[in-house]
Design a protein around this ligand. Structure first.
Ligand SMILES: [Zn+2]
Length: 309
């Protein structure tokens, strides 16, 4: 099987979009973040603000990658780091304004001033965990480091979640649409028939029944198609195990088998047909169960009438 590989393209638009959204967003978001942390000195509020701010930065990266058609996952990570870095920098500048007063103004954004400001806080402390002595030195630096790692990691992680696993049609210049859970086939990943599929014999799929096997196992197929030309199609497979707990809640465990295997247009159409067939069969089975239950209820009703009479 052949697999999808991102082209690696990074249009200039994507870089410009990152700057055009990142700079105003971090300036505005940074104000809320920094003033929130300074004026609401509660640890859980600080943690929530950090998570919310990082999520906003990551979401912007994801949006920029989508709109800017960035097809380079390494650069996508760099975008996330850049946005996280910008976010931290402006938040520190606003932190100086929040603690020292508005007369600091734009000076807060000067790297030399910020470095001196950080050194001052390192020596003298800025806040305490429990209203006691202010945290200083290495303990304070550890808090800063944790914050920085959190902001950068979430910015990258959320940023990547939008497009890192999405295929792109270079011909139509469009992101693919994904039909998630197109088909469930009752099999486990070690079954010989499935092994043949993994070796590239997609016709072998025909030998697997729809649905889930007696142990709750299935192979779940996702189909990724270009919305315009439908010439490029990719198949992703996961081995899933569904379990039902005592309360009837269903949970699933999924394990990736392969991602974005290239398939022909005819194969994609055939799979969609199979999905329709599976849905029709499931509906028929459901209707049969309902019919049987209705018949049983009617019989019971007759029995009741008979005994009452
Ligand atoms: Zn296309």
């Amino acid at each position: 099987m052949e697999f999808y590989k991102p082209s690696g393209a990074c249009p200039l638009n994507a870089v410009l979009l990152l700057l055009a959204t990142g700079i105003p967003l971090t300036l505005l978001g940074g104000v809320v973040y920094a003033f929130g942390i300074v004026y609401i000195p509660l640890v859980y509020v600080s943690v929530l603000l950090t998570l919310g701010y990082s999520w906003l930065l990551g979401t912007t990266v994801g949006w920029v990658a989508m709109k800017g058609r960035l097809r380079n996952n390494r650069l996508l990570t760099v975008f996330g780091l850049l946005m996280g870095g910008m976010g931290l920098y402006t938040a520190w500048a606003w932190d100086a304004v929040a603690r020292l007063g508005t007369e600091v103004g734009l000076l807060g954004f000067h790297p030399f001033f910020l470095w001196a400001y950080l050194n001052f806080l390192y020596e003298n402390g800025s806040w305490s965990l429990d209203g006691g002595a202010a945290l200083t030195g290495p303990a304070l630096a550890a808090v800063w480091l944790t914050e920085a790692i959190l902001v950068l990691a979430i910015s990258v992680f959320v940023g990547r979640s939008w497009t890192a696993n999405l295929a792109y049609c270079e011909k139509c210049q469009l992101w693919h649409e994904v039909k998630q859970g197109l088909l469930h086939l009752a099999s486990d990943a070690d079954a010989p028939v499935w092994q043949r599929v993994e070796e590239g014999d997609l016709g072998a799929l025909d030998q697997l029944p729809f649905g889930v096997d007696s142990q709750g196992r299935a192979i779940r197929l996702d189909l990724s198609l270009c919305p315009e030309c439908e010439e490029t199609g990719y198949l992703t497979a996961q081995a899933v195990t569904y379990t039902v707990d005592e309360k009837g809640a269903v949970s699933e465990q999924a394990r990736p088998l392969f991602a974005h295997a290239a398939i022909a247009r005819e194969t994609a159409a055939w799979l969609c047909e199979k999905a329709c067939q599976a849905a029709a069969e499931a509906m028929a089975a459901e209707a049969a169960v309902e019919e049987a239950m209705a018949a049983e209820a009617a019989l019971e009703g007759q029995d009741h009438e008979a005994t009452a009479g």
